[in-house]
Design a binder for this molecule. Sequence first.
Ligand SMILES: *[C@@H]1O[C@H](CO)[C@@H](O)[C@H](O)[C@H]1NC(C)=O
Ligand SMILES: *[C@@H]1O[C@H](CO)[C@@H](O)[C@H](O)[C@H]1NC(C)=O
Ligand SMILES: *[C@@H]1O[C@H](CO)[C@@H](O)[C@H](O)[C@H]1NC(C)=O
Ligand SMILES: *[C@@H]1O[C@H](CO)[C@@H](O)[C@H](O)[C@H]1NC(C)=O
Length: 346
Amino acid sequence: MRTVLLILVLGTVNLIMTQRHSHFHWLSHLRGRRLYDHLQSEDVDCPLECDCPSKYPTAMYCHNRNLQHVPYVPSHIKYVYLQQNQIASIQEGVFSNATNLVWLVLYHNQLDVDKIEKNVFRKLKNLEHLHLDYNKLTRVPPNLPKSITNLRLGHNKLSKIPSNTFEGMVNLTNLYLQSNTIEDVGGVFKELKFLTKLDLRNNKLRKVPDHLPENLQQLYLEFNNIESVPVGFLTTYPQLQFVRLAHNKLTDRGLPFNVFNISSLIELDLSFNNLEKIPAVSRNLENLYLHANKIKEFSLSSFCSTVDMANFSRLKMLRLDANEISARDIPAEAAYCLRRVTFIDV
Ligand SMILES: *[C@@H]1O[C@H](CO)[C@@H](O)[C@H](O)[C@H]1NC(C)=O
Ligand SMILES: *[C@@H]1O[C@H](CO)[C@@H](O)[C@H](O)[C@H]1NC(C)=O
Ligand SMILES: *[C@@H]1O[C@H](CO)[C@@H](O)[C@H](O)[C@H]1NC(C)=O
Ligand SMILES: *[C@@H]1O[C@H](CO)[C@@H](O)[C@H](O)[C@H]1NC(C)=O
């Protein structure tokens, strides 16, 4: 009976290739095996819904084909591409043999955290890249592997991130949480010793997060509701090199004296805020974006506290357009201090 069914199924493969059979992933697994046995001389273990090119023997391509389920992942696979499908759930067992998996790409699906079996990722002890962006997640899925280095959760519906969410993820280096509705993050990132890049753009933060990882280098906070920066913010995180705070609600009052005058900073984006003055910055800063504020005066002392031949700023890019100053407001001595600037836009 089962053999007959299989033969029938094989005969109409193209018609039923879509995913009514989410409960029958074992079946698609078997089907895939048979089909490839016939088409190719080598024994490629590949689900029928996917392509496993012999040139890339550890990759499984299943993207953009209207799938509603995750096909069974064979044990030799390291890279799985499932983006741009209609997957809402991840059923138990699909990854149970996939312990070699390193990349799992699931962006642009319909993932609902309540339909993700709670231990489904647990066995993936080698997983490094997990891309879950552009889904419908209201919570971060539980029991993510501790081996993850790159985690993409942007463009979901996350509003709260419980404090134990990333517990033990000692190797996490890049974390993307942009375009969610996060209001507060508490100390959730604090223990992530290797985190270098944190993307929190386009959320609902009202302040700069308090407990950031000590090795953070890139912090993206654009498009939030941040009004101020805490005193000593950058002395607390001396590794920070790129700080982006564009499209917030910053005012001069919200910026403590010399808060951005830190020699480690390379890029500072304060565009699209409500600043009236140019904040003091270190001579090491290379890119400063201040366009679309309400700046009324050009204060050279913000860049060079003294102007002499030997002491000058490393600034290369300075944008001041869409403020209340014009080129005439820039004093002649600026040529000494800002001698590296290749582009001043006013
Ligand atoms: C799981 O992997 C092992 C070892 O590669 C293999 O022998 C076994 O058939 C696999 N199980 C399934 C259900 O494919
Ligand atoms: C973190 O990375 C190191 C070096 O690649 C590795 O040896 C270690 O097992 C990883 N830790 C986890 C929890 O996966
Ligand atoms: C920035 O800090 C340095 C070193 O602490 C100091 O010498 C300099 O005057 C400060 N710059 C401004 C514009 O206050
Ligand atoms: C640059 O100016 C600072 C004070 O702002 C001074 O301490 C330093 O010695 C000067 N460096 C040179 C090379 O003149």
